[in-house]
Design a protein around this ligand. Structure first.
Ligand code: MIG
Length: 821
């Protein structure tokens, strides 16, 4: 649907046009494969390599040097199912490749990976790495079972498997089997499955070398990661008789992540306010209550950017309505809160209250216009399919139709006019109160081209299409603003449209710890903007858990305190001033780090590297990092190591094998490894990469406030010594037309001292009146500190903390400094 088959370099043009790229390594000379009249043939059909045996057909296409698409299907080639995941914006790509046609096999290789396929059925496939060596191969032929397909791959003895979105149970997926079937999993336990999202992508990491497999189908499927047979990873889907598999190149795991996110799209740069602290609850029942929470956030000086309204602001829980008794002046409240620097985010579930073919008595546009425009999913009789959800009997938008997505997006017009800043797409698995918790699998969804697909096939993409409709609607309604959408259900590629969270978790330590594995795996599965309900949705966090969850949540990409109905309150102040002070401090730490965090988000939007990174992504091949589910990296330069267990106790952190600074003691741990963190009044210890230059800002209460004071640069000595800062207006799309500034920092030690420099590109105006350069681990006071023109700079040396602070006057982002000792 969204995907066009790419045109490849024609074989004839291979050596001339395609093979001329300087990047193409010398490969065995290709002999163009020739189609024969026999039953089995090797040839090129519309740009793909094709193998057919009358019953089973194989198609291989090169999408990029690091991305091959392998399709196997039975019967005639049908074109109905495009991809619900692949980013259409990536365009029709191609890459140079070489083909070797041997008597029994055909080998296709790009600069980054390849495949060798047996010419005889069942067309055994081996995956080759950039050197042409087998990196993985099918563990058996693709098999066709009752209306479905099964594909199995070998698992090397030491291979670890990551990805699959936010599936629970831990970091490494090996030894587990997962069901891909988006489900409303209220109160899910740490070993629960399935959950709300299905991202059929796995990254295999074997002794530091990685490759990736993406099984592109939204149908219900099972991914068995060495559970049934320790040496086999299998994907089996019970619906759909074709396999659509993307092979992604390593060998660096970052490369796999980047290739997968190039294919399915990157998390766009969020509006800056969305990186702030979000306060939510199911529900702030009245306008009075919502206003008083907002007022308290400000009067208690809790930095915050958004207040969320859950389903009780609506009339009878019907999406796009407002209960005039509960919220007599929602637009007024939105305006008042915005003036106080708090955005309002509203929930808008996908189900639409049904009036069973009648006009809603007092008019309910979502139903009336949806029914008139035939925008709801049909039941077999041709009427609208109904299921019970929060508003009672409800109908479900046909998000598979582009005209319905447009209609849906337009439903946001009034809220957008009133200044509502963001929207929350909950319940979009889709959830229903039916026994199956969703819609009948036999229901037929309509597609733009007139074809239909069963709900059983489309199911896992429904929430993604809902998020897409919302995102695209907001983009039309506020053309030059970055939309903010939160979705609960997701499929591969949903990161292009929305942030996400892990649904109805619980207020337990186990759930707190699990946020790391979940968000890390979501990150490598394309999802950079993700979080978990701070405090846990179900149950009641005690004072210690709420404080410590806030301390950790403040260092995760999406940071929202949210709680279930009838659970105890968990706004920052509920446990009294001592715990509120710690919560405030945790939130303040995030706000001071916003320049760094925003820079990491910008990197994610460009490269697909996640904001929250498992240690192995930066340190592949380090066995301890591959196992470490208790710490993670925020960007490449900060390592977040929470205590996790209850009690004010010491704990051990396993640092990856490079130099790290404990940012509290400022001690250097030169080679990484285990390090003990003593008991303290802070459950999270931050370590900085030796060689990092980390930008920070003075405290603000919300992101519309310009920081007053110096830009602070924390310099932790080491090699290589680098840092980045990205700036723009934080809200518009002007940065796509050049309105940004990117600063690169570097430092270099030499015999006499150290040189530090900042170089920027782009016109965006800096906000700071001066820069404060904080050099850590400086053993004695410098004898001189001068700028690039040789003028002396003011500096202070703190012998006790071994710090030198250099003051650079002015707002410039380009300078150099020399310290001589
Ligand atoms: O069936 O809107 O996960 O965050 O507060 C419950 C009410 C529906 C589930 C979401 C939760 C939200 C709640 N929703």
């Amino acid at each position: 649907m969204l995907f066009r088959e790419v045109l490849l370099c024609a074989f004839g043009a291979l050596l001339a046009a395609c093979g001329s790229s300087a990047k193409t390594p010398a490969l065995p000379v290709a002999a163009a494969a020739k189609a024969t009249a026999t039953e089995k043939r090797v040839g090129e059909i519309s740009g793909s390599l094709a193998l057919d045996d009358g019953e089973v057909h194989l198609r291989l296409s090169v999408l990029a040097a690091d991305t091959l698409r392998l399709r196997l299907f039975r019967g005639p080639e049908r074109n109905i199912v495009g991809s619900f995941a692949v980013d259409p914006a990536r365009g029709a790509a191609s890459a140079p490749y070489m083909l070797e046609d041997a008597p029994n096999s055909v080998t296709l290789r790009t600069a980054a990976l390849g495949v060798r396929i047996d010419k005889t059925p069942p067309f055994h496939v081996a995956l080759l790495d950039e050197r042409g060596q087998v990196s993985n191969e099918q563990a058996g032929p693709v098999s066709w079972q009752a209306g479905g397909v099964r594909s199995s791959w070998q698992l090397a003895p030491d291979a670890r498997v990551f990805g699959l979105g936010d599936k629970a149970r831990g970091l490494d997926r090996r030894g587990q089997s997962f069901e891909l079937w988006n489900t409303d999993a209220y109160g899910w336990k740490p070993d629960a499955d399935p959950l709300y999202k299905s991202i059929p992508f796995v990254l295999l990491l074997d002794h530091g070398r990685a490759n990736g497999l993406f099984f592109d189908s939204p149908a219900r499927a099972q991914v068995d990661v060495g559970k049934t047979d320790a040496q086999i990873l299998s994907y089996s889907s019970a619906v759909g008789d074709s396999l659509d598999l993307y092979l992604l190149a390593g060998p660096d795991p970052k490369h796999v992540v980047s290739a997968f996110s190039a294919l399915t799209g990157r998390t766009p740069l969020p509006p800056r306010w969305a990186l702030g602290y979000h306060q939510s609850r199911y529900s702030y029942l009245t306008e009075k209550e919502a206003r008083s929470v907002a007022a308290r956030l400000r009067s208690d000086a809790i930095p915050s950017d958004a207040l969320w309204l859950d389903i009780d602001y609506q009339l009878g829980n019907a999406p796009f309505t407002v209960d005039p008794q509960a919220y007599p002046n929602l637009p007024g409240m939105v305006g008042d809160l915005e003036r106080a620097g708090l955005r309002v985010v509203l929930i808008t579930d996908p189900h639409i209250k049904s009036y069973q073919g009648q006009k809603a008595p007092s008019g309910y546009a979502p139903y009336d216009t949806g029914a008139a425009g035939d925008h709801f999913l049909h039941d077999p009789s041709g009427g609208f399919l109904e299921a019970k959800v929060w508003p009672g009997a409800s109908v479900f938008p046909e998000f598979t139709l582009s005209r319905t997505r447009t209609w849906w997006g337009d439903l946001y017009r009034d809220f957008v006019k009133q200044g509502v800043a963001g929207f929350w797409n909950d319940m979009n698995e889709p959830a229903s109160f039916d026994e199956t918790k969703t819609l009948p699998v036999a229901a037929q969804h309509r597609l733009d081209d007139g074809a239909t697909l069963t709900h059983g096939f489309v199911h896992n993409a429904y929430g993604s299409l809902n998020a897409q409709a919302t995102f695209e609607g907001l983009s039309r309604l506020r053309p030059n603003e970055r939309p903010f959408v939160l979705t609960r259900a997701a499929y591969a590629g949903t990161q292009r449209f929305a942030a996400t969270w892990t649904g109805d978790n619980s207020a337990t330590r186990e759930h707190l710890a699990l946020t790391i594995a979940q968000l890390a795996n979501l990150g490598v599965s394309g999802y950079a903007f993700a979080g978990a309900d701070v405090g846990g949705f179900v149950g009641c966090p005690d004072q210690e858990l709420l404080v410590e969850w806030t301390e950790l949540g403040a260092l995760q990409p999406f940071f929202r305190n949210h709680s279930g109905k009838d659970t105890c309150r968990r706004e920052p102040w509920v446990h009294g001033p001592v715990s509120e002070a710690r919560i405030r401090k945790a939130i303040e730490r995030r706000y001071r780090l916003l320049p760094y965090l925003y820079t990491v988000f910008e990197e994610a939007s460009r490269t697909g590297l996640p904001v929250l990174r498992p240690l192995w992504l930066e340190y592949p091949g380090d066995a301890a990092s591959e196992r470490n589910a208790n710490s993670y990296l925020l960007g490449a330069d900060l390592l977040v190591a929470p205590k996790l267990v209850a009690g004010n106790v010491a704990y051990v952190v396993q640092l990856p094998p490079s130099g790290w600074y404990d940012t509290v003691s400022e001690a250097l741990i030169a080679k990484g490894g285990p390090v003990s963190v003593g008991a303290s009044n802070d459950s999270v210890r931050l370590f900085a990469r030796a060689g990092a230059i980390i930008p920070k800002q003075p405290l603000i209460q919300h992101t519309d406030q310009a920081p007053t004071g110096a830009l602070e640069l924390d310099l932790w000595p080491g090699e290589p010594c680098t840092g980045n800062l990205y700036l723009d207006d934080g809200r518009s799309l002007d940065y796509q037309r050049g309105a940004f500034r990117r600063v690169s920092y570097a430092c270099r030690a030499h015999d006499a001292g150290i040189d530090i420099s900042a170089q920027s590109t782009g016109p965006f105006t800096t906000w700071w009146p001066s820069t404060e350069l904080v050099l850590h681990d400086v053993r004695r006071a410098p004898s001189s500190v001068v700028d690039g023109r040789g003028a002396a700079l003011r500096h202070d040396y703190d012998a006790k903390r071994r710090r030198t602070v250099v003051h650079l006057p002015g707002s410039s982002a380009d300078w150099s400094v020399r310290l001589v000792f």
